[in-house]
Write a new protein. Structure first.
Length: 297
């Protein structure tokens, strides 16, 4: 009798083990997409890089709606990116609590920002749009060994898509949303020869602010109107030498976010009344960051 009762118990145990092993085998067959980064000045897999790093591919950037550095603030732990209240083109960057709150051009940042290897030396203009981003790498922690000074808190690499001599390609993407949000991004890849190619990229976006201006009622606080252009030329001179030239520009005409004026002497407050001339004027930022880069490797 005892032997007869033990047999079903053993067989039931074997069946349950077989059922629990099946999902594990199915999950193990799924391969993850490899992310290649250049955080250490060389191409390597993200899994092999011995750095605290967060990397976003072009597909991940599109899915998350990231088009500039400020959009990273909700997607990277230990990273704080805040637009300056009086300058919509200035981004205050903090990483692991280290940063610079001053937007003056005479102040050095504590987090280094690079675009295609070119150092962006000041906080002014960091909130610009980039027409054609391939990936973004965020390196947390001191990076002075590889990136020199001003990288105490970390470093951010913005890498754009390079031209390709392989095929003619045109892409066009649109997106829209509330508050009259509209965004358009176009890119054209032109193969000129077996070793020479050029790429043209253009981006435009606009969005209304969500705080009404009670002074005039014409413009809202936080209105956004931006454009970005990029011209990129790649020449494979030899099998070992590659030359790349790029020109990019971005025009930003955002109105500042809503801030409250504070009197110079708090003991004698003289706050302007609603509708007075001192609060009616709402001028938009008009900043045009631009630059050239030439890379030979």
């Amino acid at each position: 009798m005892p032997t007869a009762l033990n047999k079903p118990r053993d067989s039931g145990l074997l069946i349950s083990l077989a059922l629990t092993l099946l999902p594990s085998a199915a999950v193990g067959s799924v391969a993850l997409e490899e992310v290649v980064v250049t955080a250490q000045r060389k191409a390597e897999s993200l899994q092999d890089a011995p750095i605290s790093i967060a990397a976003f591919s072009s597909d991940a950037l599109e899915k998350k709606g990231i088009s500039n550095l400020v959009d990273l603030r909700a997607n990277v732990p230990n990273l704080q990116l805040t637009p300056h209240p009086n300058s919509a083109t200035t981004a205050r960057v903090y990483m692991r609590g280290v940063g610079n709150n001053d937007d003056q051009v005479t102040q050095d940042p504590s987090v280094a920002v690079y675009m295609d290897g070119v150092y962006l030396a000041r906080n002014l203009g960091l909130a610009q749009e980039v027409a054609d981003i391939e990936r973004i790498e965020v390196l947390r922690g001191p990076q002075g060994t590889l990136y020199g000074r001003n990288a105490t808190g970390g470093a951010i690499n913005v890498i754009t898509k390079a031209p390709s001599p392989e095929a003619l390609e045109f892409t066009q993407k649109f997106s829209a949303g509330n508050f009259d949000y509209f965004r358009s991004k176009s890119s054209l890849n032109l193969p000129l020869s077996d070793r020479l190619a050029a790429k043209l990229a253009y981006m435009t976006m606009q969005k209304e602010g969500f705080v009404d201006n009670a002074g005039t009622g014409v413009e809202r606080f936080g209105d956004r109107e931006r454009e970005a252009w990029r011209v990129d030329v790649l020449w494979d001179a030899t099998d070992a030498v590659e030359v790349r030239y790029a020109y990019d520009t971005s025009r930003i005409e955002d109105t500042p976010m809503f801030v409250e004026r504070v009197p110079l002497h708090p003991e004698q407050p003289d706050r302007p009344e609603r509708g007075s001339e001192s609060v009616e004027g709402l001028k938009a930022n008009d900043v045009t960051p631009k630059g050239h880069s030439l890379t030979v490797k």
